[in-house]
Design a protein around this ligand. Structure first.
Ligand code: IPM
Ligand code: MG
Length: 378
């Protein structure tokens, strides 16, 4: 089967990590008999430099023609002083809205190989887990194309007051809830809806809808939590969570917190999913896949960035947009194999129980190790 993938390397370390991710995809393609055709597109700071705007209409149009999009990172100090609507980050919002990817999946799990990178104590990791297991493996499903990020905003009273608006329709809430419930089905069957229903009317609508949808999923344990409490619970007993579903703003904040407790932001992938695609190439859904980390301009082009989050994002693409579960699992196992072999990029180095067994490698060597593990089927 042939798939067309839009590659948006973006700025900073974006190109450094997208290159190995595409190589690993190709290795998986060779192994399992798929062809991935890439279209490279410009967005972010690079697009500002070349086309004068962060998301040129050609980029969005071309992205819409592809089956899925793999994005590196955008932004950097060079563009920080530009007005809000011309900053590189606008490209992300424009792509999300333009491709209508309304559900953002941000998994955060503690990898045993990187235990010492996690800032939490053993007793915190054991709490809420039951069965004496330590660690956590949670998934934040963040609504991505609605709420206060896209609501009416402005200034009034000669600019002395400013406002942003949180607005949600039933349809917007319903579709992201269904994505979250579907994800919970394939996991530990627990879903926690996070809101601020003690204050916000929009949160009360989220609650009503969750109560309604939960009836269709009686085998999933549904719970509700206020966002302030959730931010505390994440550092008190993260093991209690399986799937967390929440609004755009709350999900933005909580997903940063969740990534911090894994201790290794260079490892975290994300998927932003839209409705099922009409393209015959796709069994799955249209999606944007990107590492959670930023563009880290200070280390760009130096062969030291960690490519694993980008590679794991490519695996999510195979799973969610192409329905290639076996191929996705092969890439995830290959990443594990590289870590088990002691390979570490700088950001995740020196924290293993036995750091003597670790080898510090660069972006390319890490990428090649994963690629070889994919080919050898490790
Ligand atoms: C994220 C980022 C973006 C967001 C910014 C860069 C617009 O923080 O992907 O979480 O807030 O969505
Ligand atoms: Mg964020």
């Amino acid at each position: 089967m042939n798939y067309s993938i839009a590659l948006v390397p973006g700025d900073g370390i974006g190109p450094d990590v997208i290159a190995p991710a595409a190589e690993v995809l190709d290795a998986a393609g060779d192994k399992f008999g798929h062809v991935f055709n890439y279209v490279e597109l410009e967005a972010g700071g690079r697009a500002i430099d070349h086309a004068g705007e962060p998301l040129p209409p050609e980029t969005l149009e071309a992205a819409k023609q592809c089956d899925a999009l793999l994005l590196g990172a955008v932004g950097g100090p060079k563009w920080e002083t530009l007005p809000g609507n011309l900053r590189p980050e606008r490209a992300l919002l424009g792509l999300r809205a333009g491709l209508e990817v309304y559900a953002n999946l941000r998994p955060a799990a503690l990898l045993p190989q990187l235990r010492s990178a996690c800032p939490l104590k053993d007793e915190v990791l054991a709490a809420g887990n039951g069965g004496g297991k330590t660690g956590f493996d949670l998934l934040i499903v963040r609504e991505l194309t609605g709420g206060i990020y896209f609501g009416k905003r402005g200034r009034s009273g000669n600019g002395d007051s400013a406002f942003d608006t949180e607005t949600y329709s039933k349809e917007e809430i319903d579709r992201v809830l269904r994505t979250a419930y579907a994800a919970a089905e394939g996991r530990r069957k627990k879903l926690c809806m996070v809101d601020k229903a003690n204050v916000l009317e929009s949160s009360r609508l989220w609650r009503e809808l969750t109560q309604a949808v939960s009836r269709e999923y009686p085998h999933i344990e549904t719970s509700y939590m206020y966002v302030d409490n959730c931010s505390m619970q994440l550092v008190r007993s993260p093991g209690q969570f399986d799937v967390i579903v929440t609004s755009n703003l709350f999900g933005d904040i909580l997903s940063d917190e969740a990534s911090a407790i894994t201790g290794s932001i260079g490892m975290l992938a994300s998927a932003s999913l839209g409705a099922p695609s009409s393209s015959p190439a796709q069994k799955g859904r249209r999606g944007i896949y990107e590492p959670i980390h930023g563009s880290a301009p200070d280390i760009a082009g130096r062969d030291i960035a960690n490519p694993l989050a980008a590679i794991l994002s490519a695996a999510l693409m195979l799973r969610y947009s192409f329905g290639l579960e076996r191929e996705a699992l092969t890439i995830e196992a290959a990443v594990n194999a590289a870590l088990d072999a002691g390979l570490r990029t700088r950001d995740i180095a020196g924290r293993g129980a036995d750091t003597g067994a670790e080898k510090i490698v660069g972006t390319r060597e890490m990428g090649n190790a994963v690629l070889n593990a994919v080919l050898s089927g490790a």
